[in-house]
Each structure stands twice: as structure tokens, then as C-alpha cells.
Write a protein that binds this ligand. Structure first.
Ligand code: NI
Length: 138
């Protein structure tokens, strides 16, 4: 188990109250857990800013009758095939498909891929989730 460090934090009452109000609506976190989570989120942001090796997930919802969007999405993935870890395709309705693509690699490459996906015609919605390969502390 890693060493624990105890530290105290000083802040204005108003900000402390706002911290507690964030905790009330949350996942039963205490202040320490909340601050640890915030630090990890910032570390992940920094990995992306510094163009490190990262993990990213892209969710795409599209109408498979719409032009050749299916073929274009496959083509884009083959262009970075070394980075694509998995692709899951779900037939949502008679018309609509959802695809979730998990990619690892340099942050800039994954962002570029997500932008190329977003710019395709015939896509109803995309959601991009930047994450980490895990080097953000325990
Ligand atoms: Ni489908």
C-alpha cells in the first residue's frame, strides 16, 4: 500500500460551503476522495495537453441508411488500426446504429481521429471521452 500523506487545506468559507454542496449531490464521497478525484482528473488533462500516450473513447450514433457513413467510419479506423483497441457496433433501431470505439495512442492522434469522425456527414451525435492508461496515482 502506498504511503499516506495528511495535509490540511485552507480556503474561504464560501468556497468550502460550495465544496460541501458538491458532495451532497454526489456519490457519497468525502472531501479527501473528492479532492483525490479532482487531482487525477487534472493529471489526465495534463497527459492530453502534453500529447502523451492516452486512452480515448468515441461514441457515434448514425443512420446506416445515410449515404456510406458505415464504410467511411471503417476506413477512418483502418487508417489508425494500430491504435484501435476495440469497436462495438449496436443496432439501436431499424435505422440507427451506435458504435463505440476505444483507442490508445498519442493524444494528438486520437483527437485528430475523433475530429475526423465528427466531421463525417450522416452522423447524428458523437461523444468523446478522454481518459488515461492509468499513470495518475492510486
Ligand atoms: Ni447497425
Amino acid at each position: 500500500m502506498s504511503d499516506l500523506v495528511r495535509m490540511s487545506i485552507t480556503m474561504d468559507r464560501e468556497l468550502a460551503d460550495r465544496l460541501d454542496s458538491l458532495l451532497e449531490g454526489g456519490r457519497n464521497e468525502n472531501r479527501s476522495e473528492f479532492i483525490r478525484d479532482m487531482i487525477r482528473c487534472r493529471l489526465v488533462e495534463r497527459e492530453w495537453e502534453q500529447d502523451q500516450e492516452v486512452l480515448g473513447t468515441i461514441t457515434i450514433v448514425y443512420d446506416h441508411h445515410s449515404s456510406d457513413v458505415n464504410r467511411r467510419l471503417t476506413h477512418l479506423q483502418h487508417e489508425i488500426h494500430d491504435s484501435i483497441l476495440a469497436t462495438t457496433h449496436v443496432h439501436l433501431t431499424h435505422e440507427l446504429c451506435a458504435e463505440v470505439i476505444i483507442a490508445r495512442g498519442k493524444a494528438s492522434g486520437i483527437k485528430q481521429f475523433a475530429d475526423a469522425v465528427r466531421q463525417q456527414k450522416g452522423i447524428l451525435h458523437t461523444a468523446f471521452s478522454p481518459s488515461t492508461l492509468g499513470n495518475v496515482g492510486s
